[in-house]
Design a binder for this molecule. Structure first.
Ligand code: NAP
Length: 253
């Protein structure tokens, strides 16, 4: 196989995937590169590379796509909570004996003064909130329904796209991306008298401002642990991933 024959599939949906579009194109100018989005969010970022949008149709659909497009390596840069896509990618790569690298940013860790309650599921997180809590819920549109039975709390739910079902009437829906600065989060939490922050342990810097704000305001955080992801080779940063992919592709030439 020659370097020209390489066709890398970039499974996107994170800020690192945005960086990877550009970085992979620069690092592997001889290779084809296709980015893939689930298509959940309407205003998709331009990664500067050819892009496809929408699910593949499970493992079978992904296998068909990989064969048809003559993909030679998969870079899984999906979100750590996008477990289904990562499982499908791992299974398809194994079936085709194809290299797969997953970008796995480290989890957030509590500082000494942080008040974190660690939970392993959305349901456990919902149960951890005391009656009367004013909770900031940064957990995504799909999972919000695990919390909506808690009509004894106020929920400030922030997500990018609207939820599938209406929220309780006394709650507030904030349709926006996370802000870059902790100051904005602090101002929001103060304005809504937030008493608890509920978040997935996404890791990375893109949505860390809420953790910084909780720290500054000494708010308790309900931290939801990541789902189990399949065995796969991982890299913690974009740079480490590109280095390792270079080695893998060189060995296949
Ligand atoms: P998921 O539960 O792992 O995936 C559900 C289905 O969506 C997959 O089985 C696949 O459909 C399709 N899919 C997911 N990512 C895809 C991609 N990059 N390209 C093509 N199809 C994809 O994922 P999710 O939690 O719904 O997340 C959807 C997307 O949003 C992901 O790309 C993820 O990176 C991004 N995201 C998720 C979160 C989160 O907290 N879950 C946060 C930020 C961004 P088929 O089975 O039909 O192939």
């Amino acid at each position: 196989m020659t370097a020209e024959a390489n066709h890398i599939l970039l499974l996107a949906g994170t800020s690192e995937a945005r960086q990877l579009g550009k970085t992979l194109a620069e690092a592997f100018p001889e290779s084809r590169l296709t980015a893939s989005f689930a298509g959940v969010v309407r205003d998709l970022p331009d990664l500067g590379v050819p892009t496809r949008v929408g699910g593949f149709g499970g493992v079978e659909g992904l296998l068909a796509y990989l064969r048809q497009e003559k993909i030679t390596a998969i870079v899984d840069a999906t979100h750590p909570f996008a477990a289904q896509m990562s499982h499908n990618a791992a299974e398809a790569a194994k079936t085709l004996n194809m290299p797969l690298l997953r970008l796995e940013r480290p989890s957030w860790q509590p500082g000494e003064s942080d008040r974190w309650t660690h939970v392993v599921s959305m349901d456990e997180a919902a149960m951890a909130l005391p009656t009367g809590a004013r909770a900031f819920l940064a957990i995504g549109r799909k999972e919000i329904e695990r919390f909506t039975h808690r009509t004894d709390i106020f929920g400030l739910a922030r997500m990018i796209e609207p939820p599938p079902a209406p929220l309780p009437g006394s709650w507030e829906l904030l349709l926006s991306r996370p802000p870059a600065s902790a100051a904005e989060e602090i101002s929001l939490f103060r304005d809504r008298n937030i008493t608890h922050v509920v978040t997935k342990n996404s890791g990375g810097s893109r949505s860390f401002a809420k953790i910084e704000a909780a720290r500054a305001l000494k708010l308790p955080v309900i931290m939801i642990a990541r789902p189990q992801l399949p065995d796969a080779e991982t890299a913690p940063t974009v740079a480490a991933l590109v280095d390792r992919l270079r080695q893998i592709l060189a060995n296949r030439d």
